[in-house]
Design a binder for this molecule. Structure first.
Ligand SMILES: [Mn+2]
Length: 291
């Protein structure tokens, strides 16, 4: 529970409906200028999270936060509304939406960590250079941090390594999303790359489904079999619980085609996993649950 500790004469109260998943409560303290005749313009609200001052707000202007303290340091302004600030606080300071998946089978030894509230930092090592390149694009353009280490049975072929990287990343995304409260849920992107245009649309529905309308004219890119790309997306949709539609509208260069698809997935996913401050933490379904 956060403790308020502001200037003398301050009043404080808990805003009990504002809390993170661990039940930690955000506290608001209302500091009124102690010399008589305080007017609204002299009021300042300070927000504390776990005893640390995270924001100050002028009484007449709740839409303009003066600053917020996040793990990244003090941020001046930059938030258009209190919900946006709160999202930043809960996202960066208290409730990073991250998850780790590890599993060892006879085919692969895999460790994946994702952070949905990241900045697109990655460390990817699957043993398949082209697949690394694609997962790195996914991270960079979704702003989801992805650590993905796979030690797979590449002496057999690339199938298990490709499939298990997708399953583990999908599982990690699903785990990091938790009950999916407050997320935008839907995302889509048109993704051009030179002569190629791909479209990716997805719904974090809890109902895995893949529609795939993309073809390749080469058997391999680098050392990677192009038939595995559809399988990667099928496996990812399945483990993440995502309805995923992929279509290349036109394109010739096989490298451009698959790279535009991964970048399209990244942009669509970035939108869909984002917290929508207008939803106030609600599950985005009239059913009340997503999968
Ligand atoms: Mn490339």
């Amino acid at each position: 529970m956060a403790e308020a500790s502001v200037t003398e004469g301050a009043r404080s109260r808990d805003i009990s409906d504002v809390h993170d998943a661990a039940g930690q409560v955000l506290t608001r303290s209302e500091a009124v200028t102690p010399t008589g005749g305080a007017t609204a313009t002299e009021q300042q609200f300070y927000y504390y999270f776990n005893g640390r001052r995270v924001a100050s707000v002028g009484a007449l202007d709740h839409q303009a936060l003066n600053y917020a303290d996040t793990a990244a340091g003090w941020i001046d302004g930059g938030f258009s509304s209190w919900p946006c600030c709160l999202h930043a606080l809960l996202g960066y300071s208290a409730r990073m939406r991250s998850a780790t998946i590890t599993r060892t089978t006879g085919e692969t030894d895999i460790a994946v960590t994702v952070n949905l509230d990241g900045s697109g930092e990655y460390a990817v090592s699957t043993g398949i250079g082209f697949l690394d390149h694609m997962i790195e694009q996914l991270s960079r353009h979704s702003l989801i941090d992805i650590d993905c280490k796979v030690d797979g049975d590449l002496h057999v072929d690339q199938h298990h390594t490709t499939e298990d990287s997708a399953i583990a990343i999908g599982e990690a995304v699903a785990k990091a999303l938790g009950d999916k409260a407050g997320i935008r849920r839907y995302g889509s992107a048109y993704s051009p790359m030179d002569e190629t245009l791909s479209r990716v649309a997805l719904d974090i529905s809890g109902r895995p489904y893949l529609v795939w309308n993309s073809d390749f004219t080469q058997e391999r890119l680098g050392e990677m079999d192009t038939e595995l790309f559809k399988h990667w997306f099928h496996s990812f949709a399945g483990s993440a619980g995502i309805t995923l539609h992929v279509e290349t509208l036109y394109g010739e260069n096989n490298h451009h085609i698959i790279e535009s698809i991964f970048k399209g997935l990244a942009r669509a996913l970035r939108d869909a996993v984002e917290i929508d401050p207008r939803k106030g933490g609600a599950i985005p379904s009239t059913k009340g649950t997503l999968g």
